[in-house]
Design a protein around this ligand. Structure first.
Ligand code: BES
Ligand code: MN
Ligand code: MN
Length: 463
């Protein structure tokens, strides 16, 4: 398929222009201020799917944001690939840390990306990665090289837990019937290490509020006599890990699957430079659960982390008060076979049990999701492996990521099909963070690799 490479080379400026067009729309799903923009992004995705030659392209209305759907059914006897991605993005905050406008994409040349990297919110997560599929399909359809049926489904609520998609999937099993799901919404181990995500962590997310006195108090008049909710919350959170960095919630580890020595050796065989990792993160030392390596801690071990915490006076200067309330947002990343609802329950019970009688506790339950595993002998995994081998000319590694895509285990439950997580991002893409970016090289490599996935998956299906 040298024709494929030359198609990409000839059209690369247009591909990037079109991606920029989508990136300019601030489709932040969590904040109602952007509601109109989220819909505009859906309409743009719809247009580009139509231009790529997909059929029956439409916005499927849901209780929330629309799902963009399109298909190309060339022969019902051929296998069907379902492509999933998301057009919504995380909020751009904190804005002052961006070197350029989050919704005015620019190409920046860096040491890691001498070919340039697209800087914008959503560049890697997931607009840029989703768009690789649109462009790969454009090539396959226009050159008569689509060897399978394809259905494309791009949602607008991934970053808020996919509530509408869950509803849509449950009500459209026939429409979405497929032989394999293909997703690019994860990263590779490194630019020169082609790799496929073989596992995702699950998620349990809570917001815990401690209430003490009914109103803020003068910290001189009352300090020492009443419980300070900020002090109490800090103490309770500190109690949730022991000195080996293990989580102290009773029952938390009961269902955690311990990986075999062999599986752990495979994880630790992935090329990984701890010094470079520390440098990228700007830390002098790492820390985590005793007895596990950094790669293991960030993939096959569960976690509990404060994501945000506030209480009392946080403005300029000093204000002497004892706050009435203190709140923390907490995420727990889960591994097989932990159950998100059960973990949320265990957290809530424990959190309530360690609170002193001087305060009230409230725990809000946010979106969650199950962990996911993709066996490396699955035909979908093997097709992706062959495709990456072809375009990188190198050994392909399976690896487990620490991130979550809750809809993936739900697809398995509701549609009975596995998802291939063939991502082209890098861990240094700063997703969810200021200056998110996606390498031009990665973008084009994705477009080049995807058609081979279809070829190898369809070939295998015939034989
Ligand atoms: N694409 C990410 C997940 C991801 C990124 C997995 C990189 C592996 C590598 C996805 O958009 C995401 O951010 N998921 C959320 C969960 C969701 C319920 C908000 C996450 O992992 O925090
Ligand atoms: Mn994503
Ligand atoms: Mn995300």
């Amino acid at each position: 398929m040298d024709e494929l490479k030359s198609y990409i080379e000839t059209n690369r400026e247009r591909f990037l222009d079109e991606l920029f067009d989508i990136l300019r729309v601030p489709s932040v799903s969590t904040d109602p201020v952007y509601a109109q923009d989220v819909v505009t992004a859906a309409e743009k995705v719809k247009e580009y799917l139509q231009k790529a030659g997909l059929e029956n392209v439409r916005l499927e209305q849901t209780p929330g944001y629309p799902i963009v759907y399109g298909e190309k059914i060339i022969d019902p006897t051929l296998p069907t690939v379902l492509v999933y991605g998301h057009y919504d993005v995380q909020p751009p905050d904190p804005l002052e840390l961006w070197e350029s406008d989050p919704f005015e994409p620019v190409i920046k040349v860096t040491d890691e990306h001498p070919e340039g990297t697209v800087v914008a919110r959503g560049a890697a997560d997931d607009k840029g990665q989703m768009f690789m599929h649109v462009k790969a399909l454009e090539y396959m359809i226009s050159h008569n090289r689509l060897p399978a049926n394809v259905k494309v489904m791009i949602e607008g609520e991934e970053e808020v837990g996919s509530p509408s998609l869950e509803w849509f999937v449950k009500n459209n099993r026939e429409l979405l019937r497929n032989d394999i799901i293909l997703i690019s919404d994860t990263s590779m181990v490194a630019k020169d290490v082609p790799s496929i995500t073989a596992g995702l962590r699950g998620l349990s997310y809570v917001e815990a509020t401690i209430t003490g006195p009914s109103h803020d108090l003068h910290s001189g008049l009352y300090g020492g006599a009443v419980a300070n909710p900020a002090n109490v919350l800090a103490r309770m959170i500190a109690r949730m890990h022991d000195d080996k960095h293990r989580i102290t919630i009773p029952g938390f580890y009961d269902k955690v699957v311990e990986f075999s020595a062999e599986a752990r050796a495979r994880i630790n065989a992935i090329p990984f430079d701890e010094e470079q990792y520390k440098k990228m993160l700007g830390v002098d030392a790492l820390e985590g659960e005793e007895g596990y390596t950094t790669l293991e801690r960030a993939s096959i071990r569960p976690t509990l982390d404060v994501n945000g915490m506030w209480s009392g006076y946080t403005g300029e200067g000093a204000k002497t008060i004892i706050p009435s309330k203190a709140t923390a947002k907490i995420s727990m990343r889960l591994v097989p076979d932990q159950d998100p609802a059960e973990i949320t329950r265990l957290f809530t019970e424990y959190f309530q049990s360690i609170a002193p009688p001087s305060v009230k506790v409230e725990v809000k339950d946010f979106h969650g999701g199950y962990p996911y595993m993709m066996p490396t002998d699955h035909p979908g995994y093997i097709a992706a492996q062959k495709a990456l081998e072809k375009t990188f000319g190198k050994k392909v590694y399976p690896f487990y990521t620490g991130g979550s895509i809750p809809i993936v285990p739900l697809f398995e439950k509701e549609l009975g099909s596995k998802s291939v997580l063939m991502g082209f991002g890098l861990n240094s893409d700063r997703i969810h963070s200021p200056n998110e970016n996606f390498g031009v090289w990665n973008f084009l490599k994705g477009i080049e690799t995807i058609p081979y996935f279809y070829k190898f998956f369809a070939d295998n299906h015939l034989s």
